[in-house]
Design a protein around this ligand. Structure first.
Ligand SMILES: [Cu+2]
Length: 211
């Protein structure tokens, strides 16, 4: 009995030594090697290729969205210090780089619909992005990779980033829902086009970063 316990304890000590302490190899990883590993990080950023200064309906700047080129697409990096209502918000790239808070059809309607050169439904638009989450203090931060839009489109097509008031359903309306007016099942045309995230609360024209 004693012998077995002693063996178990010895094994435990050995396991601890092997499992927790950094090995000599790990401790002495050369600096150059560590830098090479960092440069392979897909989220490593160089200079942005395009950016949008986001304003609210009072035409006050509340955030900045920057786009970085990556080997396999684009990295979108957005920061809002304040002014984002708490919760999720539809967040898209729209087709016209014109942000007019006092537009007759409603704030920032001048930015048009989603950037959608492929003529697809919402959720598959080139301008679709993940939703932005507003914190209780009004700040928001979102970083995401995108590969349905190209760096060239972001720099040359005069587009806009739009933040909506409400959450986005990405046109994900299952067929168990029936449209009240037509009796048809699933999403209606407006949902397929917009994701129903409501009015526009912030807008920024996407400009080449060096402009
Ligand atoms: Cu939108």
């Amino acid at each position: 009995m004693f012998k077995k316990s002693a063996w178990v304890m010895a094994a435990a000590v050995l396991t601890t030594a092997a499992g927790c302490a950094p090995s000599e190899e790990e401790q002495s990883m050369p600096r150059q090697e560590a830098e090479e590993v960092a440069s392979e990080n897909p989220y490593a950023e160089a200079a942005p290729i395009a950016k949008a200064e986001m304003v609210n309906t009072d035409d006050t700047k509340i955030g900045l969205v920057r786009f970085f080129e990556k080997e396999n697409g684009v990295m979108m990096h957005s920061e809002f210090e304040e002014g984002v209502p708490e919760g999720f918000h539809g967040f898209h790239i729209h087709e016209t780089g014109l942000c007019e808070p006092n537009a007759p059809d409603g704030p920032f309607t001048t930015a048009g619909g989603h950037f959608n050169p492929g003529g697809t439904v919402h959720g598959s638009h080139a301008g679709d992005m993940p939703s932005l989450f507003g914190m209780k203090d009004g700040s928001a931060y979102l970083k995401s990779t995108l590969d349905r839009i190209t760096p060239e489109q972001l720099m040359n097509e005069n587009l806009a980033v739009i933040l909506h008031d409400g959450p986005n359903n990405f046109a994900n309306i299952p067929n168990r829902y029936v449209q009240a007016d037509t009796g048809e099942r699933g999403p209606d045309e407006q949902t397929l086009r917009t994701g129903d995230s409501g009015s526009r609360i912030s807008c920024g024209v996407i400009k080449p970063a060096n402009a």
